[in-house]
Ligand binder design. Structure first.
Ligand code: CA
Length: 227
């Protein structure tokens, strides 16, 4: 589960970040509204903790743009007492929860957990399907429905294949794949992408699937059926 904190008070951001990391969440931080908006629009976060008063672009505008871009990330707004009135004015519409500063960090963690559990309950799908492929989420097992052959996939292979299957017949860029599979601030492993794609192609072949991962020059990759 990946969380983005958009908060210009660095000390507060870092306190939140280290507490959330202890809860085994992956956390990224943005210290101004412009960076925060860019990160938020990547769509890779399960939850965003969003301060309202921020340099460059305020939290309410960021929230608006997240929703306009149909990103369904959970959002918890942080407000100062004086901004509470904004809630009554409906400016937080689209937020899932809000907290008034100052708050206890335990309270924030509890609310984050509630939001993310709700989110998981909504995503009960155990299987993702694309063409003749069925990916079993719990067992990390890939089934070809025409041959009935199965094969296990590793963790990164799973994330990569899941993303390609969710976007079947759509070109996804390398950057999108890096963000989704390795995380936005992590470039160390990302040049292994070719290797993981090659593992996946071998596995598709092994189960005799009609699905292929096509490299499209300068653009990215596409999961599609063989011609
Ligand atoms: Ca602030």
């Amino acid at each position: 589960m990946r969380i983005l904190i958009v908060e210009d008070e660095k000390t507060l951001a870092e306190v939140m970040s280290s507490s959330l990391k202890k809860e085994k969440y992956s956390v990224d931080m943005a210290f101004d509204g412009e960076t925060g908006l860019d990160d938020a629009l990547s769509g890779i976060y399960n939850l965003i903790i969003l301060d309202i008063m921020l340099p460059f672009i305020d939290g309410i505008e960021i929230l608006k743009q997240i929703r306009e871009n149909k990103i369904d990330t959970k959002v918890i707004m942080l407000t100062a007492k004086s901004e509470l009135e904004d809630k009554l004015n409906g400016l937080y519409s689209g937020a899932d929860d809000y907290m008034t500063k100052p708050f206890h960090i335990e309270e924030l963690i509890a609310r984050v957990n509630v939001q993310l559990r709700k989110n998981e309950a909504q995503k009960v799908a155990d299987e993702i399907e694309a063409y003749d492929l069925k990916l079993n989420v719990k067992k990390s097992e890939l089934l070809c429905t025409t041959t009935n052959e199965t094969i296990e996939v590793g963790y990164k292979e799973f994330l990569l294949l899941e993303y390609l299957m969710q976007n079947k017949n759509i070109i996804v860029s390398k950057e999108q794949i890096y963000d989704k599979v390795w995380g936005i601030n992590n470039t160390s492993e990302s040049n292994n992408l070719e290797a993981y794609l090659s593992f996946l192609r071998k596995k598709l072949k092994a189960i005799d699937s009609n699905v292929t991962i096509r490299a499209i020059r300068n653009l990215g990759y596409k999961l599609e059926e063989k011609q």
